[in-house]
Design a protein around this ligand. Structure first.
Ligand code: FAD
Ligand code: DHB
Length: 389
């Protein structure tokens, strides 16, 4: 088979790239390791920057997000069971939209179906070849039969563990990494959210986050040891611990119910530089990971797609490679801003093992400053709603 852009990974970044390219008349094939049902069963991000919503609009897939998504003009932070609000709208005139990654991905699959796009599920042994030539190709097996796709470019949208980044020679790549000494235990439950806006809570027992998907679907997280066995966290144990960490008024009104999903995610900051090698372009989690505290992972994946899509369109429409040549540097500038913000918010909101009295006093001072200073709040708001592309 031959196509113009071979996209490895049918998560949100791969699907959005394929959709945007299609609308520009550029052919692509998406290769995905998992079944569609499996991809759509992963509960991940919940907050979209408005830049991300704009991108979905340009891709013609924002209709349901606008109908069902929840615009949020602010968020609560809590310290020792007492909350205060950061008003994005009043501070900087911007907002975010609560609309789950699962729904974004579903909308993209529906759009690819409508356009007759090719998404091949269940591929195994995906391998990238001749990336440093003008004739790269990708091989894989499907149901035991070997296949080959020849293409002009390869987009590595295959997440942190995918083969694309591994295809870049080690001596070309600089990797930056910080692994945090805790995880997030997440629960999804068919209960009304405890608050109409998100609550990010700093508490001596550890961080907690109250989020949502809709009026009867809540998403909650608590900081927990990453190697805790999940069966230690019965629903009752989870709700008790969450209640202890939330602001008192929220804890009093928390409605609990059976969890319909429960998992522990590790927290990591990671950047691979460069994000391009020859005809291969890395996109999203394949190139970078942020801890989830700033709600940046999905949004960064989508902004990478914006830059790569623009570069590819200029290549095919005008024969200009300026955008493709600048892709890595341009995307990485935005990535590092989100890496810094996510690191800062994670460091400010969590309890670290071995945190000294000095470390604790600095964290307390940071939060007091944030509570009392509209300048500090505007800084948080500017980063949280998303820096311009
Ligand atoms: P992915 O969504 O990872 O998609 C990559 C795709 O490539 C997958 O579908 C995978 O199956 C496929 N693939 C992998 N290997 C191959 C192969 N060999 N061949 C073909 N296909 C392959 N962000 C937030 O902002 N908030 C959150 O709460 C949050 N929670 C998260 C929880 C977890 C457990 C994880 C892993 C991530 C979370 N994130 C969160 C981050 C966010 O979900 C990611 O940043 C986002 O999914 C990135 O999209 P992507 O398309 O780059 O990668
Ligand atoms: C959600 C996840 C986040 O990491 C975050 O910062 C906000 C919301 C969520 O899953 O709803």
């Amino acid at each position: 088979m031959r196509t113009q852009v071979c996209i490895i990974g049918g998560g949100p970044s791969g699907l959005l790239l394929s959709q945007l390219l299609d609308r520009a008349g550029i052919a692509s094939v998406v290769l995905e390791r998992q079944s569609r049902d499996r991809v759509l069963s992963r509960i991940r991000a919940g907050v979209l920057e408005y830049g991300s919503v704009g991108l979905l609009e340009r891709a013609g897939v924002a209709e349901r997000a606008h109908a069902e998504g929840l615009p949020h003009t602010g968020t609560y932070l809590a310290v020792q069971n007492e909350g205060f609000r950061i008003d994005f709208d009043a501070l900087i005139g911007k907002r975010v939209m609560v609309y789950g990654q699962t729904e974004v991905t579903r909308d993209l699959y529906d759009a690819r179906d409508r356009a007759g796009g090719t998404v091949i599920h269940g591929v195994a042994g995906t391998a990238l070849h001749d990336l440093d030539t003008t004739a790269p190709f990708v091989t894989y097996t499907l149901d035991g039969t070997g296949h080959r796709i020849d293409c002009d470019f390869v987009a590595g949208c295959d997440g942190f563990h995918g083969p694309s980044r591994q295809a870049i020679p080690k001596d070309v790549l600089t990797e930056y990494e910080r692994v945090y000494p805790f995880g997030w235990l997440g629960v999804l439950s068919e209960t009304p959210p405890v608050s109409h806006e998100l609550i990010y809570a700093n508490h001596p027992r550890g961080f907690a986050l109250a989020s949502m998907r809709n009026a009867n679907l809540s998403r909650y997280y608590i900081q927990a040891p990453v190697d805790d066995p999940l069966d230690k966290w019965t629903d009752a144990a989870f709700w008790d611990e969450l209640r202890r960490r939330l602001p008192l008024d929220a804890a009093d009104t928390l409605i609990t119910g059976p969890s319909i999903e429960k998992s522990i995610a590790p927290l990591r900051s990671y950047v691979a530089d460069p994000m391009r090698w020859g005809r291969l372009f890395l996109v999203g989690d394949a190139a970078h990971i942020v801890p989830p505290t700033g709600a940046k992972g999905l949004n960064l994946a989508l902004s990478d797609v914006h830059y790569l899509h623009a570069g590819l369109v200029a290549h095919y429409a005008d024969g200009s490679d300026a955008g493709l040549d600048a892709y890595s540097a341009t995307a990485l500038r935005r990535v590092w801003n989100a890496i810094r913000f996510s690191w800062w918010f994670t460091t400010t909101m969590h309890r670290f093992p071995g945190q000294t009295p000095f470390d604790q006093a600095i964290q307390d001072a940071e939060l007091r400053h944030l509570q009392g200073s509209s300048t500090a709040q505007a800084n948080l708001a500017e980063n949280y709603v998303g820096l311009p592309y």
